[in-house]
Design a protein around this ligand. Structure first.
Ligand SMILES: C[S@@+](CC[C@H](N)C(=O)[O-])C[C@H]1O[C@@H](n2cnc3c(N)ncnc32)[C@H](O)[C@@H]1O
Length: 500
């Protein structure tokens, strides 16, 4: 993405043509391209709609002059404009299309550039909810423009079709639902932004119909610009934005509160010191052998190990010097002198940790540690990967496994309860709910907040106990732990009774 204040990505004409082809066959009489650049969309529309009144707005005069061959161009900043009211149309009101590709830039990028090319509240007429966006320091300029458009055009029928990030499209849908804007239909078509703009973002062609009629804040999504069939529907259901409306309808009774608390793996920000390689060791990454008390060494699995199921062989260890973040580490000098020496020998790295969370804390402290860290059985899932993979992980040679901070986990003392929870999390109900709640284009699609919404007790109660026992036994058999059938029966009963 170019780091310029105009978020300047001119749409290749071939893409503009393909996008225009997806629009409803309509005789548009008014066509507006805000931020029209050199006017590639206007040029496509000039060919298909020579008789329509075409107007563009562009802030850069050279672009405006180049676009003027395809319509009337107003050289101005869109931020100073009421897009529905300030254009002096000469044609009679009729089917109106707003089309284009607003700037690809965020407010904080503009701050870095010290740019004045950004909205000011004073210039924003009649824009309910815009304050909420401009109040956030890193809002997307394209999102601002979308919201300005849907707000300013909310009193007349219009079709708005523009390229934007999928995240922007979702936020706009949510905004429209929250402000009861008259959206009657909408869709997203995924654009290969790498191919067309050499940009590593998830972008789409977002089309919104505003007008009288029944409001609908769900949008069909198409996997490609030229796809003939949608493959999903996203949107706002019961006031919430969901990633898969159909999956949410099927699973919303399980959207509640998990009876168990999800935890994040350990955070230490010092992998060179706290993580050791097995490699006939333990050894540091540089190969030096490390001799410390065994009680402080735990088999370590990273989120990628969890995702790939590389969990049967231990290749790393983590030093866990505390059993709670608040523990006084100075005591290690007498209780674990070898560990204390190792930590003090490496104090430069540990004391140099930048994050403020380490300030005013015990020296060498870590985060994400508590009784749950030492539970022998765990269910772990990577927060980074795009396919949810829950793993059941038991102790290694009697020592509980620990995880990095990109992994989320549920701790269990009892292997049967762990197997039941695993069976519940991998069943259809939880799979549907996760599909409904996770946006896979986010950096961390699976979050603690999302996992905490999966009501495992409600799923257990909706599942036949015999089938759940069978699935749990199969899970346990696949993952190793051995326990008696009676403990599985008890674990299933506990799961159904809120006390998993
Ligand atoms: C992503 S480009 C898209 C250009 C054109 N719509 C297209 O699709 O090829 C964004 C355009 O917005 C223009 N722009 C940036 N800030 C603007 C503003 N405040 N008012 C009007 N145009 C602006 C830039 O100069 C650039 O031409």
């Amino acid at each position: 993405m170019p780091n310029n204040e105009f978020g300047d990505f001119q749409t290749p004409i071939e893409l503009a043509r393909a996008l225009v082809n997806t629009l409803p066959r309509q005789r548009w009489t008014r066509i507006l391209e805000p931020t029209c650049g050199v006017g590639n969309f206007l040029s496509v529309m000039a060919q298909s709609h020579p008789e329509a009144e075409r107007v563009g707005i562009e802030v850069q005069p050279e672009y405006a002059s180049s676009a003027s061959q395809f319509g009337r161009i107003i050289t101005a900043s869109i931020f100073d404009f009421d897009l529905a009211g300030d254009v002096d149309w000469t044609s009679e009101p009729g089917p109106t299309l707003v089309i284009g590709n607003p700037p690809w830039v965020t407010n904080s990028q503009l701050s870095v550039l010290d740019s004045i090319n950004r909205p000011s509240r004073a210039n924003t007429k009649n824009a309910r909810g815009i304050d909420a966006i401009t109040g956030s320091s890193n809002f997307d300029i394209a999102e601002f423009i979308w919201i300005k458009l849907v707000t300013e055009f909310s009193d007349r029928p219009v079709t708005i079709a523009m390229i934007c990030k999928t995240q922007v499209a979702r936020n706009v849908l949510l905004h429209c639902a929250r402000h009861s804007l008259p959206v009657t239909s909408s869709s997203l078509r995924m654009i290969d932004a790498k191919k067309w703009f050499d940009a590593g973002v998830d972008a789409c062609w977002f089309t919104v119909e505003l007008g009288p009629g029944r409001t609908d804040y769900t949008a069909q999504t198409y996997p490609r610009v030229d796809a003939s069939q949608p493959d999903n529907r996203i949107g706002v259901v019961d006031g919430q934005l969901v990633a898969n409306v159909d999956a949410y309808e099927r699973s919303k009774q399980f959207d509640g509160v998990s009876p168990l608390m999800w935890r994040q793996g350990i955070k230490h920000d010092a992998s060179a010191v706290m993580e050791l390689a097995e490699n006939d060791g333990p050894r540091t990454k540089l190969g030096a052998s490390v001799d410390i008390e065994k009680d402080f060494l735990f088999p370590l699995f990273k989120c990628t190990d969890v995702y790939r199921d590389n969990l049967s062989v231990v290749s790393r260890w983590m030093i866990v010097p505390q059993s709670h973040t608040g523990d006084d580490t100075e005591l290690l000098a007498s209780t674990a002198p070898k560990l204390w020496k190792y930590l003090t020998d490496n104090a430069a790295v540990l004391d140099g940790r930048k994050s403020s969370i380490y300030q005013k804390r015990a020296r060498f402290c870590i985060f994400g540690v508590g009784p749950y860290t030492f539970a022998p059985y765990k269910i772990a899932i990577s927060g980074f990967h795009k396919i949810p993979q829950f793993r059941m992980v038991g102790p290694y040679d009697g020592t509980p496994a620990v995880f990095d901070d990109a992994t989320y986990l549920l701790p269990f003392e009892d292997p049967a309860s762990c197997a039941v929870a695993h069976a519940l999390l991998t069943g259809l109900e939880a799979t549907d709910l996760i599909a409904a709640l996770a946006f896979w284009d986010s950096k961390r699609p699976v979050t603690k907040k999302l996992l905490q919404r999966i009501d495992l007790s409600a799923i257990a109660r909706a599942t036949d106990p015999a089938a759940l026992r069978e699935r749990s036994a199969a899970t346990a058999a696949a993952h190793g732990p051995v326990f008696e059938a009676a403990s599985l029966t008890h674990a299933v009963d506990r799961a159904r009774g809120h006390t998993l």
